[in-house]
Design a protein around this ligand. Structure first.
Ligand code: CDP
Ligand code: MG
Length: 136
């Protein structure tokens, strides 16, 4: 049974800064993800605060929002069977030190804050996050 989903992926400033976006996009493509839409943008701190509002109460919230708005990012609408879970698997654990071999965060992540990629954590949040960046 097919279960085609769409999810949001962000290539974060640390990876764009190191010019890893094409390599990371190829990782998605080779795992069977289709990139339906993508754009390179530089968001404001206020936009980052809105995007990460679920983390408002966390001690890392301010630094996280400052970081996501610190440089260009690449936002992508990905499609695949079970895209939400498959993307989370390909990304690996939040902290690159704990991420499994072969995952994007293991390969490219620098630290828990500079962990190279974001991915929606549920189908519900994927819809909200895709709307945030791709609503026409
Ligand atoms: O990104 P993911 O869903 O794996 O993790 P999260 O718990 O939703 O946290 C969002 C982002 O906040 C992470 O990707 C990290 O970049 C950052 N973070 C941090 O800087 N310090 C922490 N202790 C936890 C998360
Ligand atoms: Mg998350």
């Amino acid at each position: 049974m097919n279960n085609i989903e769409e999810t949001l992926s962000i290539i974060k400033p640390d990876a764009v800064e190191r010019n890893l976006q094409d390599q990371i996009k190829n990782e998605f493509k080779s795992k069977g993800f289709e990139i339906l839409n993508e754009k390179k943008i530089h968001i404001t701190k206020e936009e980052a605060e809105k995007f990460y509002k679920v983390h408002e109460s966390k001690p890392f919230y301010n630094d996280l929002c400052a970081y996501l708005s610190s440089g260009p990012i690449v936002v992508m609408k990905l499609q695949k069977d079970n895209a939400v879970l498959e993307n989370r698997k390909l990304m690996g654990a939040t902290n690159p030190d704990n991420a499994e071999e072969g995952t994007l965060r293991k390969k490219y992540g620098i630290s828990i804050d500079k962990n190279s990629v974001h991915g929606s954590d549920s189908l519900e949040n994927a819809k909200i996050e895709l709307d945030f960046f791709f609503k026409d």
